[in-house]
Design a protein around this ligand. Structure first.
Ligand SMILES: [Zn+2]
Length: 383
């Protein structure tokens, strides 16, 4: 009896200690790192400026506005739709901190699904943080999050998720995936409301061209790819050719008409914007990966993917050089450069022009291998 009480007390104390440590850890994630704006940012707004229904919630998120001196068209860049795809979020960080817009206006959401940055996917072993050293030698930290909205904001998941406008039936866990929630719903779930706010913003600002940045597992067929709504093919097709000339292998996929809730389908159908989605290769979200840590996230090096490639199980080339974060961010930023140029040729009355966007060459192609895996990316950041 006595021994039982002692054992029970020890177990209770250990469980309380674990609950306290993990609880503090979880609570710390509820605020996301602030992004210091570069000189090109003219205003910082909130997404709730476009839809009151998310005001004060964890779904409200900053919008960085970069307005040029000359009037022109409007571009929106969505980073962090899926917070476990770090090249997406980090591309918007570099854009906000480096670019100067000359003509037109660019709106950037680095934390599109902000709630997804406040937790990690359970049992995946993902890191919380990514560390970089800026060109001034200071450390900056950005967040690695989850594919979906935090369950503290939306719970429980149903067995079947029925997409609001199409009636499409998906697995219940997709209910917290913002890229299955567009065009959103005014009185819907937390995730549907955030999607609704983004659709409202696009309508109210008359956004002409929208980029949604993603990453994919190396074994996923839609990778190193651009997906465009059919009305954007005149912009995307010449853009892909320009990217090929830049040395970037890129495929072009039409947005499937019967796959609902995604930006490249619904934003094209429900608003006047041209939506373009890009994918790069991210080992840290794949199912065949080895140890998951910050090193793997930033270098893309993973011996299990090298082996999977030998067995012809990957849709991208994979060797012991990995796919460093500079290559992945470089692809996204070069994509934004080329597709915007292509847009300008098609719609000269709504041109958007900008300078100083880090290129694929500057980030990756011209860089010594020892400086890849986060070191060179940090040189484009400010604290
Ligand atoms: Zn994604």
């Amino acid at each position: 009896m006595k021994a039982n009480k002692i054992t029970a007390t020890i177990c209770l104390v250990i469980s309380l200690a674990i609950a306290t440590i993990t609880g503090i850890n979880f609570k710390k994630l509820s605020t996301v790192p602030e992004i210091t704006p570069g000189k090109g940012v003219t205003e910082v707004r909130k997404l709730s400026d476009y839809f009151e229904g998310i005001k004060g919630s964890d779904g409200d998120t900053p919008i960085y506005v970069m307005k040029g001196k000359e009037d022109g068209g409007k571009v929106l860049i969505l980073g962090g739709t899926h917070p476990n795809e770090p090249a997406s979020h980090l591309s918007t960080v570099l854009f906000i901190q480096n670019v100067k817009v000359k003509k037109g206006t660019i709106y950037i959401l680095p934390y599109t699904n902000r709630s997804g940055f406040t937790h990690n996917d359970s049992q995946e072993g993902s890191p919380h943080d990514m560390h970089f050293i800026t060109k001034d030698g200071e450390e900056v930290v950005y967040r690695y999050g989850s594919r979906a909205t935090n369950p503290i904001n939306q719970w429980p998941d149903p067995d079947v998720y029925i997409h609001a406008t199409s009636g499409q039936r998906l697995s219940g866990s997709e209910m917290r995936n913002i890229n299955r929630a567009y065009p959103g719903k005014k009185d819907g779930t937390f995730t549907e409301k955030v999607a609704f706010a983004i659709t409202e913003m696009i309508k109210k600002e008359n956004i002409n061209l929208t980029f949604d940045l993603h990453e994919a597992s190396p074994e996923y067929p839609v990778i190193n790819a651009t997906v465009s709504h059919e009305k954007g093919m005149n912009v995307a097709a010449p853009g892909v050719m320009a990217l090929q000339l830049d040395g970037i292998d890129m495929s072009l996929e039409p947005s499937p008409k019967n796959l609902h809730g995604l930006t490249h389908r619904e934003l094209g159908d429900f608003t006047d914007t041209i939506p373009i989605l890009m994918e790069t290769a991210n080992a840290s979200q794949g199912r065949l990966r080895g140890a998951t840590n910050e090193y793997q996230v930033l270098t893309g090096k993973d011996k299990f993917y090298t082996r999977a490639n030998e067995l012809k199980m990957t849709y991208v080339p994979y060797d012991d050089k990995g796919h460093p974060i500079e290559e992945r961010v470089g692809r996204h930023l070069q994509g934004i450069i080329e597709y915007t140029k292509s847009y300008n040729k098609n719609y000269p009355e709504k041109m958007v022009e900008f300078d100083n966007c880090p290129t694929y060459k500057e980030l990756f192609a011209d860089i010594d291998e020892k400086d890849l895996g986060g070191k060179n990316l940090g040189r484009f950041m400010i604290k």
